[in-house]
Design a protein around this ligand. Structure first.
Ligand SMILES: Nc1nc2c(ncn2[C@@H]2O[C@H](COP(=O)(O)OP(=O)(O)OP(=O)(O)O)[C@@H](O)[C@H]2O)c(=O)[nH]1
Length: 389
């Protein structure tokens, strides 16, 4: 499946960088083009793979290239004011080659959290291709304002995109790591999941052994549930010599994969992917739609294994809309990716909303009490001075 990526804010840009890096190293080739949008000049300069010509600095007349300091209302305003500059960059992309847009942003800050929904709304207005979001939730220890931003942005963003894939930093952070090296590792994990999912939909059918390959329409139909999605992943190394890193297969041996070992490997991988650490932890029962992709060398891609895993996921989620297929690649591992779309039972989102309501109430109370204190202070110094105006 071919995508145009738009990274908004610092996290958005860095994650897009990580996705491009994975795409190039593995030759998965699902990214057609990229754009990075920011209010901070320094963040754009830090990008490694999004070329300068594809970068848009917004809000210069208001924030002079210094960012919006976690003020997501300001992030939304300046993005809306300069959205013409972003749209003219999108206009330069080969849109006829893409299947969808993916807008990537951290939802806890100001630029990505405020700007991403604005860009989504404009793209949906102009283009017929689906517009998906990839939103990153802040970790708990980032503080109230990040939580409040994320809760508000989530509500707006999910309403503007065709589907919002979420990644929760809280579920992925590890103690004892510096913030930067921690982010770099989790961005790579995220890139691997999206890389396998979206490049699976890129298999062109020329492959003689690819009998049940996933295609772009299956990904689009799965995401068509709307709402929020989460992605699971599990992999196992094969006991055989390494072959390349992860390159697409062109032709290959005939399929002799339906033996018990290959079948069991696949069913156990899919269970681990769906029940292990998801990009957004949630209860999988009640999921609206799902997709299972199993990637690996064709001689171990058991179709019966994938079918069994698909049926298992139908039972676990309680929906009949589980699609499944394989993705033949040269590798010395087998990997399963599960895309669960339209998930509702998400404790973290409920928690974010509850904390955000409390933070908003606290902020309002503090604002009122500061206003009262200031009035008291000024009044107490009543020395007969006339106010200026
Ligand atoms: N996974 C991941 N999350 C990140 C990364 N960098 C920042 N974040 C998260 O993204 C959130 C938003 O931060 P930024 O992207 O820096 O904020 P911004 O959108 O640039 O907005 P302002 O800095 O306020 O202008 C933070 O709360 C972090 O949770 C990253 O490299 N990877």
């Amino acid at each position: 499946m071919k995508l145009a990526l738009i990274g908004v804010g610092q996290a958005g840009g860095k994650v897009v960088d990580a996705l491009i890096d994975y795409d190039r190293r593995t030759k998965s080739d699902y990214i057609v083009d990229t754009i990075a949008v920011n209010t901070a000049r320094a963040d754009l300069m830090g990008l490694r793979f999004v070329p300068e010509a594809h970068q848009v600095l917004v809000g210069t007349s208001r924030v002079k290239g210094h960012g919006v300091g976690a003020d997501n209302e300001l992030g939304a305003e300046v993005t809306a004011e300069d959205v013409g500059d972003i749209l003219s960059k999108v206009d330069d992309l080969p849109v006829h080659e893409i299947d969808a847009f993916l807008i990537v942003a951290g939802l806890g800050g100001g630029t990505g959290s405020g700007g991403a929904p604005v860009i989504a709304r404009e793209l949906k207005h102009i283009y017929t291709e689906p517009v998906y979001g990839l939103g990153i939730l802040p970790a708990r220890n980032e503080g109230g304002i990040y939580t409040l931003n994320a809760a508000r942005s989530l509500q707006t963003f999910v309403g503007e995109v065709d589907n919002l894939i979420l990644f929760d930093n809280e579920a992925w952070r590890r103690s004892g790591e510096s913030l930067e090296s921690g982010y770099s590792e989790i961005n790579t994990e995220l890139a691997r999941r999206l890389g396998i999912l979206f490049s699976a939909g890129e298999t062109d059918g020329s492959n003689a052994v690819a009998e049940s390959v996933v295609d772009a329409s299956e990904i689009i139909n799965t995401l068509a549930s709307g709402g929020i999605s989460t992605i699971g992943y599990a992999s196992v190394e094969l006991d055989r010599p390494k072959q390349g890193l992860f390159s697409r297969l062109a032709g290959g041996p005939s399929r002799e994969a339906d033996n018990g070992e290959s079948m069991n490997r696949i069913t156990s991988l899919v269970r681990r992917a769906a029940l292990g650490r998801l990009t957004l932890p949630c209860e999988i029962a009640g999921t609206e739609r799902g997709l299972v992709v199993v990637a690996g060398p064709p001689d171990v891609l058991s179709r019966r294994g994938i079918e069994r895993a698909r049926t298992w996921l139908e039972e676990e989620t309680g929906t009949m809309e589980i699609r499944g297929g394989d993705y033949p690649v040269e590798s010395n591992f087998v990997a399963a990716v599960t895309l669960l779309s339209g998930v509702y039972n998400v404790p973290r989102v409920k928690e974010l909303q509850a904390v955000a309501i409390e933070t908003q109430r606290d902020m309002l109370a503090k604002r009122q009490s500061s206003a009262a204190s200031l009035e008291e202070l000024v009044d107490s110094g009543d020395d007969g001075l006339e106010p200026l105006f």
